[in-house]
Design a protein around this ligand. Structure first.
Ligand code: S3P
Length: 176
């Protein structure tokens, strides 16, 4: 099985994913990092040179590949679930966890970062609020939703693992 983290930029998918992978002894995969590694360039460079549709196509191809991976925690880029097929293929033996936060909290978390092309704008807070509205339904397509605003990574990891066990999904330790 695998755990798939979806959610807007700045909701903490990578941080939670790394912690979960460590606790479960699963492989950690970050779709943005994998795409950057394979392309040999940053996401910003991909967007600037080849455009967003090309990046979405890379995500689409990666989703098909990751469908086959077992015992992994996959942290996805914020726009990864915009194509419902990306989630559909990972859901077959995957537990989908959506992370949420308000636009203000997201803005505070990302305001000093520069690597996200979609937020490289004069009014990023406004952009975040607009994008969140248009994507609300996309992030609801999950098995569990966690509001990350006031919660520690440890607490969220514990909840995800409890849910996974409750639903009878085996984790790495059961298979020793
Ligand atoms: C994007 C989110 C980014 C990255 C790209 C596009 C989006 O990932 O995939 O900049 O469309 O929301 P993070 O959510 O890891 O920042």
């Amino acid at each position: 099985m695998k755990i798939v983290l979806i959610g807007f930029m700045g909701t903490g998918k990578s941080s939670l994913g790394k912690l979960l992978a460590r606790k479960l002894n699963f492989t950690f995969i970050d779709t943005d990092a994998l795409i950057e590694e394979r392309q040999g360039r940053s996401i910003s460079a991909i967007f600037a040179t080849d455009g967003e549709p090309f990046f979405r196509q890379l995500e689409r191809e990666l989703a098909g590949e990751l469908a086959l991976i077992q015992e992994a925690v996959i942290s996805t880029g914020g726009g990864f679930p915009l194509n419902p097929e990306n989630i559909q293929v990972l859901r077959q033996d995957g537990f989908i966890v959506a992370l949420t936060a308000t636009p203000e909290v997201i803005y505070q978390r990302i305001k000093n970062e520069t690597h996200r092309p979609l937020l490289a704008q004069t009014d990023p807070l406004n952009r975040i609020a607009t994008l969140l509205k248009t994507r609300a339904a996309v992030y609801q397509n999950s098995d569990l939703t966690l509001d990350t605003t006031h919660r520690t990574l440890e607490a969220m990891a514990a909840e995800v693992m409890a849910e996974v066990r409750n639903r009878g999904v085996r984790d790495g330790k059961d298979q020793a």
